[in-house]
Design a protein around this ligand. Structure first.
Ligand code: GH3
Ligand code: MG
Ligand code: MG
Ligand code: MG
Length: 323
């Protein structure tokens, strides 16, 4: 049974993808007999763009580079094993999802069966009927477009599931699942791991004084500044409303303290533009900082220690880093 897009929590496919005629595809025809490929190409050209490649060595290269919707491969090729092309196309990342329609003389039907085993999607026996060729080509191209569409949707859903929509940072769920992995890696490799919780000071009064939209502007701009001050391997997430967590692998307390202090200054030192740049407001943050203290320490304990440090930063007057 096919899984529908709705069941896996994404948008219903657009109508155009469902109603696709399968016409207007890009086809690579691999056949080394001139009388054969000239006829097939003429038939297919009525509905598609067709490239013919009689040279099998070139065919795989074109298939990988050419962004085709369909490969039509003759398994009767004289000096070449068409099956090998099919299996290579199946193993290459760039051609893995391109459908293959095999064609062969009836006497080569064992090759066709082998082809189906290695991932050929459909086949036709010679002599090839014009209507049937067009119909089977359309079906494969339609299927290809539809599965591409689904694959994009799945990727988008995954992105959405781990990303905070307002700031584009990772969300709490992702952080919690990933933090355990990072802590484990740090433990087994004997490397330090730093973690900080950042909380915007008096954020409620930003909302109260300038409106909720201005508060959102501040959160977005805050995320931009966070991204600028961390490395690619660091993990930044929106942990709650105006609370963020940054995890820094291979970073000790001293270095993490400098990063935190730089970040604190980058927030306090430059007012935030809100309401489409018509207004600028001063923002400060408080940061609670800690590191993984011993091998195998529970991440909940690390988070708790950072939270206690944050509480002290608030209590001691805000706009500061406490570790
Ligand atoms: P403190 O210095 O002690 O952190 O004070 P605070 O006002 O920042 O702390 P508090 O936790 O009382 O208030 C946080 C506010 O953040 C309350 C909530 O309405 C607001 N908030 C949470 N999420 C969002 C959001 O997505 N957008 C906006 N604009 N506000 C949010
Ligand atoms: Mg608070
Ligand atoms: Mg706050
Ligand atoms: Mg808070």
């Amino acid at each position: 049974r096919a899984i529908t897009s709705l069941e896996i929590g994404m948008q219903a496919p657009e109508r155009s993808a469902v109603a696709d005629t399968g016409k207007g595809g890009r086809i690579l025809l691999v056949d080394d007999r001139e009388s054969s490929y000239e006829r097939l190409a003429t038939i297919l050209a009525a509905e598609h763009t067709v490239d013919v490649e009689p040279n099998p060595t070139e065919a795989l290269f074109h298939a990988a580079e050419g962004n085709y919707d369909l490969l039509i491969v003759s398994l009767d090729l004289n000096n070449f094993d068409g099956l090998r092309l099919c299996s290579q196309a199946r193993s290459l990342e760039r051609t893995r999802h391109v459908p293959i329609l095999a064609i062969a003389e009836a006497e080569n039907s064992t090759r066709l069966l082998r082809g189906l085993e290695i991932g050929v999607n459909d086949y036709l026996l010679r002599p090839i009927d014009k209507t049937e060729l067009l119909a089977r080509a359309r079906t494969q191209i339609r299927r290809r477009r539809y599965t591409d569409h689904l694959r994009d949707n799945v990727q988008n859903s995954i992105e959405m599931a781990i990303t905070d929509a307002l700031t584009g940072l990772h969300n709490r769920r992702y952080m919690e699942s990933h933090l355990a992995t990072l802590a484990e890696q740090a433990s087994t490799r004997g490397k330090p791991l730093a973690l900080m919780i950042l909380d915007i000071d008096y954020f409620k009064s930003i909302n109260d004084n300038y409106g909720h939209d201005a508060g959102d502007d501040v959160l977005r701009e805050f995320a931009v500044r966070v991204r600028k001050s961390i490395r690619g391997i660091d993990l930044a997430c929106r942990y709650g409303g105006e609370e963020f967590v940054i995890v820094m692998p291979e970073t000790d307390l001293h270095v993490a303290g400098m990063v935190a202090e730089r970040l604190r200054r980058s927030i306090a030192g430059e007012p935030f533009a809100v309401h489409k740049g018509t207004k600028r407001i001063e923002v400060t943050i408080s940061i609670g900082l800690t590191t993984l203290e011993q091998k195998g320490e529970a991440v909940a304990d690390v988070l708790k220690r950072a939270d206690i440090a944050l509480y002290r930063a608030k209590h001691d007057g805000r706009n500061r880093v406490v570790s």
